[in-house]
Design a protein around this ligand. Sequence first.
Ligand SMILES: [Zn+2]
Length: 483
Amino acid sequence: MEFETIIGLEVHAQLLTRSKMFCGCSADYVGAEPNTHVCPVCLGLPGALPVINRQAVRYTIMTGLALNCQIPAYSKFDRKNYMYPDLMKGYQISQYDLPLCVNGYLEYEHDGVRKRVGIRRVHLEEDTAKLVHANDGGVGYSLVDVNRAGVPLIEIVTEPDLRSPEEARAFLMALRQVLRYLGVSTANMEEGAFRCDANISQRTRDGSIIGPKVEIKNMNSFRSVERALAYEVERQRAALQRGEQLIQETRGWLEDQGMTVSQRTKEYAEDYRYFPEPDLPPLFLTEAEVAEIRAAMPELPLARWERFQAEYGLSPQESALLTEEREVADFFEACLQGDRQRAKAVANWITGPLFALMRERGLSLSGLGIRPEQLRQLVTLVENGTINALTAKDVLEAVCATGKDPETIVAEQGLAQVSDVAQLRAVVQSVLEQNPKAVADYRRGKSAALGFLLGQVMKALGGRANPAVARELLEEALQAPVD
Ligand SMILES: [Zn+2]
């Protein structure tokens, strides 16, 4: 039997608003003392009334537009009723039948292939409180931290268009990139600002067997999404092949054990007794309002990736490296200041030495502290021959360490490269005298000896020799007749 995997995702992303969804409490709660970002509204006290966060609505529409959704003129909030200790009011304010954004798609490149995944809807809701499970001498109990309750949350629901765990992971990374470009979410999975549940099922290609949809929860990283789904593909296929009846259920991923376990049978919408939220007005959106939001949107990753290739002649790979994060893409263009001739050199400096420094120090580009003008100046110093590429890397580190401009560092430390022929010739002469063996090797046809001798010249000048001139003088001296 040949099976096909069908995957749809539900992604929750916290929005980067200053205040919570329905009250004035700060939404920036990460690292705060428990239960300090609270008020009667987000504590769910009787009689407290919610007020819609305008910025959260705007961010949701931006997300919808970036995902090519339609933005209906009329939308509303609904109460989703269920009993769980993380829900302060006994219901969650969410959106049921009339979400803010519908019928879109996300287009992205993965491994050189253009993908398009349907987006069924994007709706706006509030996050729940956080439960901390503890154990005191064998007695288990749970603590409730309400700081997270009421933080604006968008739910993005895809069509079941994904066909493998690997595709699901690639889609999530592309989606995260879009949210970060928009600046609407940190989309940080480790901090819980970006969470994913998956619906996965199997069917045979001839349609003779169609397995039930199983929902997978508790996947806390891109890697665990891929692992959990791969596990589930195998589990479902093996069961169907044995002729077992699978059930529609929710299963949790156990990271340590590398398996999913049944949690409960799947709820249906009617279990939640949705009804329109009586304490909030519906949302009416005019075309002009949506057009204004659209006009203010930044260029999105796919468009920028294409433009970098067309405008700067970069390869797809270089362009992907530079556009992966908006901060890096912005930095690159700020370095160029419209000077396309420099594109290749600047791209090489960013994806080479700068990325290496970021990796080495575990910092983002802004964390390194170098400004675009400074990298531009550094590239200029190399291009006009003031310093060689070797010295430039040291200067780059010094810029990041001190914040000083490359020109200042070169002047203060006397790093300008030595191109003066007379000075270089003297050094070449003394290197040849001190290394008779290498000289003899070279003259016997061992051309590798030249590299060694060039290295010695560099060393004698603290790495500042102009390599092209030094090489030329070395060759000239070695070819001179032997005394
Ligand atoms: Zn509050």
